[in-house]
Each structure stands twice: as C-alpha cells, then as structure tokens.
Design a protein around this ligand. Sequence first.
Ligand code: LLP
Length: 432
Amino acid sequence: MSSPAETGVLPGHPFVHLRGQDLFAEEVSLAGLAAEHGTPLFVYSKAAMLAALAAYQRGFAGRDAQICYAMKANSSLGVLQVFAQAGCGFDIVSGGELDRVLAAGGTAAKVIFSGVGKTPREMRRALEVGIGCFNVESEAELHVLSRVAQELGVSAKVSIRVNPNVDPKTHPYISTGLKDNKFGVAHEETLRVYQLAASLHGLKVVGIDCHIGSQITQLTPYLDAMDRVLDLVDAIEAAGIALQHIDFGGGLGIDYQGDTPPAADALWAQLLAKIDARGHGGKKLMIEPGRSLVGNAGLCLTEVLYVKPGEQKNFCIVDAAMNDLPRPAMYQAFHRIVPVSAPSPLAPSARYDVVGPICESGDWIGRDRALQVQGGEVLAVLSAGAYCMSMSSNYNTRGRAAELLVDGAVVHVIRERESTADQMRQERLVRA
Ligand code: LLP
C-alpha cells in the first residue's frame, strides 16, 4: 500500500488529497469553497460516505442484514438523503430525528428507535408512521410502550437493549455498555425483562440489541460483547421467546490521530464467524453505525483571524469555535488541523493553540500544533463529519455554519449559513 505522502491523500481522509500544494475534496478545491461560501464551512464527500458504507455492505454480503445509520452523528437532511438513497435504515433517538428521516426520504419501516427517555408522544408518532422496532431500555419503558400501542390498537415491535458490561476502552463519556452507565438492561436481569415484554399486550418481541460505546478501536471489546449477547440469545430462546434479529449497535472508531480501528468488513468477518459457530447465522443482523460512516467524510474550513504570540503560548485565533466543533471542549478530542494551501513564506512558523472567538478558555480546537500561518489563511479541521454539526449550538449568538456536499466536481449546498434573524425567529419580546 502506498503511503499518504506518495499518494497525496490525507490520513484518514481517502477523498481529501493534495494537488500541488492545494487540498481538494474529491474534484473541488477547498480554498475555492472557502472563498465562495465563507467560513466556518463544513464540507462532506459523498464518495467517502458511500465508501464507508460499502465496507459494512461487503462485511454483510449474502446475509440478511440492515444497516441503520445512527443519525445523531450527523442529522443534516442532505447527509440522511445519501444514506436513504443507498438503502440504509436509521437509528433514531427522538421524535425530531424521526421527522428528519421522513423529510429526507427515509423509510419508516427501516427505522429503529433507541434511547433511555422516549416520551409517550414520541412513541405514538413512531407507531403511527410504522417504524421497524423500538430498542427498549427499561421495564418502565416497556409498560408505557405497551399502553401506548394498545391505545392505538397496534402491536409495537421491540428489542431489549442489553448491557453486556464490557469495557469498550474509549473515553468515559462515550462508554455506554458498562454497569454504571444509564443505558440498557443489566445482563443478569435480561431474561426477566424479556419475559415481561413477552407477557405485555401490544408488544411483539423481535430482537435483542446492544451498544457498548463509541470510537472503539480494538477488536476485543466487540468480540467479548458478542459472546455475552449470544449467551443471552440462548437463554431467551431456551425460555421459549424467539428472536428474529440481533442488533449489535454501532461504535466503530475512525482515524483521528493515527488510530487504527479494524475495518468494518474485517470486524464483521470475525463477528459473523462467532454468530455462525453459535448456531445463530440464520438471524437477521442489524447495526447502528454513526461515526464510522460520516466522521472522516467531513471537514470544517475555518479562516485564521489573528495570530497572537504570547510569552507562554502562541494563539492562532480562527473563526470556528466550540459551538461549531464541540468535541475538543467536551472530550478533549483531537482533530487534525491542516492548511488548505501553501503557507505564505512571510508567515511565521510556530506552535500554536488553535482557538475560537468564544469567551471561554475551553474554546479550543487544537493544542500545541505546529503551523505556519497568518491572518486570512484557511485551515481545514479534519474528521469533522460526525458529532460536530449535530452537536453545534448558537452560543455567543453565533449562527450555525453552512454545509456543502461534494459529489465529484459538483457542489451542493445542503445547509445555508444561519443568520441572526434565523436564530431569533422563535423569540418574542414581552409586550407591555
Ligand atoms: N447506537 C446507540 C444506541 C448509540 O448510543 C450510539 C452513539 C450509536 C449507535 C452510534 O455510535 P457510533 O457508531 O457513532 O460510535 N458525541 C460523542 C459520541 C457519542 C455517541 C453516543 N452514542 C463524540 O463526539 O465522540
């Protein structure tokens, strides 16, 4: 395999490459996009999303499988549309996400509804449009779903989200399968909860679900979790409750900083071998990947506003901030930051903390980065396709950035830059 330097492809970003000294996403110059559309600006590669999806599709070739994109990673309509057109279902966690799926042309029957706090209103709407399955996370939720389904005179298909108590070896905020997490039903209680589900009116048990965490880069937690889930499948079926599908969640990591997660097809070759060996190869498989489908398909362009040398530190102040790119502030996350064009020879070379304009010390995007920059230059913050725009905010009354979808040489604006008027639309002055 050729190295990034030989191919000019950026690490982790197969569809971002150097032409001369200029960065391109697919066939489009990033400097050109920044000049035309302004910054901060999210740019997504359609080919990169489809390539990431293809790795899972290869892994499931010849199987009855449904890939449900976990849209919390990036819920912009233009992104959802790409996955809907490619045949994906969606993993949702709110009524709002369901509305987005339907607006983007997704199929309700391929939607699974996860999350610990579904409201009766959200359940009702999901049943009315006919979603595929509820991933139920507690006994109390089972009772409410049973009641709502009976009121509507329908049957709700359910999986129970089980908590396999496996350490995914990732950041504590994004571990979800450990005993002390709020998610899922404890391993020891699973059988009892399944028996309850099978006994309640208005519910039809169809599957089992688990999700152990996010940005997982090792194989072992997945293999361990699969063993524990298959133990439960055996126990549940031995109790006379048939399961049609196994939903194994999402969580596969991406390369942010030289991370080397297993490829989706290689991971699934191992997991499928386990499933087959335990005699469950005939079951339908479902997965809920988010980050691994979009994370490295996106980047954020930002302009350097000021370079501010200091005694202890140099700051490179850019026009993107923690409201656009919240992951560093929230998880001390690392995103590569690279210039989109050759630096001016006049620009000083130094180590910088790359920070945004927000009035918080936590508003940083990268720390101690070697850069040759000056005001006016454009930088690309990489691996920004997942959990950036979908977690963005209007803090400091900053409008949300614009978003572009690049498809070969064609550029689609999938989100206009948000104006202050947009932000104030729902607000009212008090009338005397
Ligand atoms: N399914 C369930 C039930 C989940 O809770 C999640 C993510 C996923 C699927 C998708 O996981 P993925 O394939 O994207 O790892 N904001 C954090 C990540 C939070 C993940 C929450 N759950 C971050 O920026 O790192």
